[in-house]
Design a binder for this molecule. Sequence first.
Ligand code: AMP
Length: 386
Amino acid sequence: MQTTIETLPAFELLGLAPELIDAIRDAGYREPTPIQAQAIPLALKGRDLIGLAQTGTGKTAAFTLPIVQRLLGGPRRLRALILTPTRELAAQVRESFEKYGRHSGLRVAEIFGGVALGPQETALRRGVDVVVATPGRLIDHLERQNLVFDDLEVLVLDEADRMLDMGFAPQINQIVREVPPYRQTLLFSATMPPEVEALARKYLRKPLVVQVGLRTQAVDTVAHAVYPVPRERKSALLAELLKRPEMDSVLVFTRTKHGADRLVRHLERAGIEASAMHADKTQSQRMQALEGFREGKIRVLVATDIAQRGLDIAGISHVINYDVPQRPEDYVHRIGRTGRAAATGDAFTFMSPDEIGMVRTIERVLGTPIPRISVPGYDFGTVAAD
Ligand code: AMP
């Protein structure tokens, strides 16, 4: 399978505005760090995110850049609040806003304890677009009505685990109560103890988790490709591909249990032996299917996400995403199945026209486009993939 993976200048792929690309170049960054590659496109879409990343991973830019982009050209009001555990971190975040927002004229206030209230008060009352603060001192200002959160759109809880360790939970709760519920919330944490999870559950809406290491898990040995194909031609394309002799152990993912069963029936009608594995199967049926697959008796296993994590089946030759995975991280986990097992593994994704957007999101997260393979008679012709 000759699939080449071209690498484009990745910052450009993340959806950042030209002003920001310029600022990034001026900062001397050549390519996004993994956390940036994952978090920026999703944050730009307005999603709530949990970023599992420590200092040194580039996490500050991962949230600062999308916020600056959101604030560019909008009304001049307090629209973003970043809570940090320490004054050092607050200073670092403020510098980051200044670096990337240089041409935007954003007004950024840095609020922390141990210094006089007066100058901070003056700055706040003059009007700011972004506040970077430690929780305790921010409450002093809230109580003095030096600022209101009525127009706040983005809330960042930076180093959440450290803030909780330092006993800031009551202050965080008090602050978040004042913030409009319709907002974007980004939570960054190096670790995910139950207290941080509880915080995330309380304040984030349908968060996506981005994690350092995800990118490297998208194993380099896997050659992956996308087949553009109308939905109704997918089963025929799969049967066609399965005729190839190199497809000797194929894990096929479908979105639904029903879809998995239907596909197995279709393959069997086409003379291809296949088994389904999903949550409606009994434990012993699942074991049997897995066993058969492992031993090479079953060539094709059709599974829902149940088979995705932790399942280490040696010798998988191919992973096929019959439906495009809903979340980019699922894509990485799924194709990880084949890369881990066999250095030559291929991962193919069937993309119908309504799934183009999801594939594009996956590509943004990966920071690289996935090559397209067009099969005459199966692809959707002139409908461009972009
Ligand atoms: P942070 O994890 O946010 O504390 O950032 C760690 C350091 O990495 C900071 O000094 C940033 O200036 C730097 N940095 C952030 N993003 C990049 C990048 N894409 N390329 C190179 N350096 C970066």
